[in-house]
Design a protein around this ligand. Structure first.
Ligand code: GLY
Length: 405
């Protein structure tokens, strides 16, 4: 039975469950400058290898037997590759990364002009990390114009009656009508950015409405999250929460929780609603209380021990999310130190036990990710967004990062 959210018609919760074992985040060896420097060197070398492999093409969403197939610019994930090249350029100053990323801007401009596989909400993943990044770093005007067109295309998916951006499918498809998903938190910054660039408030107004609905309906009373939630597109009423990539409708898909932890504070950069920080904090504690002993989450938080696959990509997203949350959090927040320790401890585990070395085949950065467990796609493989967020986390530990989002 799909789950409903009995909490949803009431005021939002602000209480957080206490962190059960804060000591687990200081028990393991933490993050040191030497560890970070070694991880950065390894990652940059892998990316150089990836550039040689992919040339003008892109890595697929997830690897097969440890190697990414090469694809054209047709997936929801292509921006994660270009985004890694921009991060690598910022980390190293090496023009090779910048030149490769700038070439890809042309491909993203053509993709939005010709509307190639853009009938979904992942325009933020695609265009924030490729074209908004290019505009912010180099002032590339083609990139700015492509990103604004992408924002326009994303805005077309906003349903005023339901006050959400529909995730997938043709807007007339009855199966997908009124479905929002937690991942969309990371697509909304493109709309906010477009409002800031153009002065046109309709993008911002749509994003504000969506994120309010996401807080109200995608977050359950216990601070776990639904992956997806359906609204009635005629009446705007809440319908039901379901999963797409998680274990069950009532479980908590680890990457969905991580999209929530990170997306709410990223939206807070543009929309100063304190609920966004309060809710990210609640989601963080739920996540931290359901980690196995090596602190790298299973693919669904219903699992806390045993042989199920880990999702290292969710761990990397959650680390970036905690670092973003810490930027906006009141200095005296009682959980601040634990979150700082947790972000460092999880990152240290990723670097030591999940990051690829020169002897690993292929060019991925972060092993042991999961794309879609129920469909058995990309299980225990590299995932291109896992690589991206691992690299973003490395940069965030090194400097106050101004963000492409
Ligand atoms: N946004 C799709 C995923 O996280 O797999």
């Amino acid at each position: 039975m799909p789950s409903t959210n009995p909490h949803a018609d009431h005021l939002l919760e602000t209480g957080r469950e206490p962190i059960s074992h804060p000591e687990q985040f200081t028990a393991l060896d933490g993050l040191t400058p030497a560890l970070l420097a070694d991880a950065k060197g390894r990652a940059l070398a892998r990316l150089q290898k990836g550039l040689a492999i992919f040339g003008d093409r892109f890595p697929a969403p997830s690897s097969e037997n440890g190697e990414y197939p090469a694809i054209d610019n047709i997936e929801w994930t292509n921006g994660f590759w270009t985004g890694q090249l921009w991060l690598a350029y910022e980390m190293s100053g090496n023009a090779v990364f910048r030149e490769a990323a700038e070439k890809q801007v042309q491909s993203f401009a053509e993709r939005i002009d010709q509307r190639i596989v853009v009938d979904h909400h992942d325009l933020g993943f695609l265009y924030s990390l490729s074209c908004v990044a290019a505009w912010k770093i180099t002032g590339n005007t083609l990139a700015r114009s492509a990103a604004l067109k992408a924002a326009e295309c994303l805005y077309e998916r906003y349903l005023p009656s339901a006050e959400i951006v529909q995730a997938w499918g043709n807007l007339n498809d009855p199966e997908e009508a009124g479905r929002m998903i937690i991942d969309c938190n990371l697509n909304l910054p493109l709309l906010y950015w477009a409002s800031e660039e153009t002065g046109n408030q309709r993008f911002r107004n749509a994003a504000n409405k969506h994120i309010e609905k996401a807080m109200r309906y995608l977050i359950r009373p216990d601070a776990s999250t639904f992956h997806t939630f359906f609204m009635d597109v005629k009446t705007g009423a809440a319908r039901k929460g379901t999963t797409h990539q998680g274990f069950s409708d009532s479980s908590c898909w680890a990457r969905g929780q991580a999209w929530g932890i990170s997306g709410f504070p990223l939206v807070y950069r543009y929309y100063r609603n304190p609920q966004l920080i309060a809710q990210s904090a609640r989601l963080t504690n739920y996540f931290l209380n359901r980690l196995p002993t090596d602190l790298v989450c299973y693919w669904d938080l219903v699992f806390t021990e045993g042989d199920e696959p880990r999702d290292s990509s969710a761990a990397a997203i959650a680390v970036c999310g905690m670092l973003e949350l810490l930027r906006h959090l009141p200095l005296l927040d009682p959980d601040r130190q634990t979150w700082q320790a947790a972000a460092g401890a999880i990152m240290s585990q990723l670097i030591k036990h999940y990051a690829a070395n020169s002897e690993d085949s292929g060019s991925g950065l972060l092993k042991h990710g999961v794309y879609h467990k129920p469909k058995n796609i990309g299980v225990d493989e590299y995932c291109i967004w896992g690589d991206y967020f691992y690299l973003e986390a490395l940069l965030r530990f090194e400097q106050v990062w101004e963000s492409y989002w």
